[in-house]
Design a protein around this ligand. Structure first.
Ligand code: MN
Length: 202
């Protein structure tokens, strides 16, 4: 892959208020995400032979990478990949899921309410830093809820991200301090269901 850049948000830092505060959004995007971008570029600078390989491919199978940069690409490449998705999974003034998506979630999780409860439970159950995911399993074509530690992605286990939630403290500490549950409950108000639907039916 060639140099990556910090993606622009499609909304302002304060657009997700009051659920996600502007200061958290600004630091999260312009500092945390930017650092993953910088570190990933630094790691890959030494190995131009990977310029033709996409980040997704590297994260699916990091064993192709030289050992001295493998961990850095998993952490910083994962950080860049996960956050790039995360920004798209949020939007101001969202509506609930469409009938089509609702039907799918109901098939796999009994109800929207039950899906949200299971997802929130996974968010609370992830010890320390990490991510919660709705993924599509490529083998069964079923939707599943899973979580990963640190900046690990579901790609290395053959799953495709449909929805992601960052549960690192940097994602919520300024507003919610230790109250991760409150952050998660409020986050549902800014979920971009249109983006979820796009990926669920891709
Ligand atoms: Mn983060």
């Amino acid at each position: 892959m060639t140099k990556v850049e910090l993606p622009q948000l499609s909304y302002a830092y304060n657009a997700l208020e009051p659920f996600i505060d502007a200061t958290t959004m600004e630091i999260h995007h312009s500092k945390h995400h930017q650092t993953y971008v910088n570190n990933l570029n630094t790691a890959l600078e030494k190995y131009p032979e990977f310029s033709e390989v996409s980040l997704e491919e590297l994260l699916k199978d990091p064993s192709v990478l030289p050992e001295d940069i493998r961990t850095s690409v998993i952490n910083n490449g994962g950080g860049h990949y996960n956050h790039s998705l995360f920004w798209q999974f949020m939007a101001p003034q969202t509506r609930g899921p469409s009938q089509k998506l609702l039907q799918l979630l109901t098939t796999d999780f009994e109800s929207l309410k039950n899906f949200q409860a299971e997802f929130s439970k996974a968010a609370l159950g992830r010890f320390g830093s990490g991510w919660v995911w709705l993924v599509k399993d490529s083998a069964s074509d079923m939707l599943q809820i899973t979580s990963t530690a640190n900046q690990d992605t579901p790609l290395s286990t053959g799953k495709t991200p449909i929805l992601a939630l960052d549960v690192w403290e940097h994602a919520y500490y300024l507003k919610y301090q230790n109250r991760r549950i409150e952050y998660v409950e409020n986050w549902w108000n800014v979920v971009n269901w249109g983006e979820v639907e796009k990926r669920a039916f891709a």
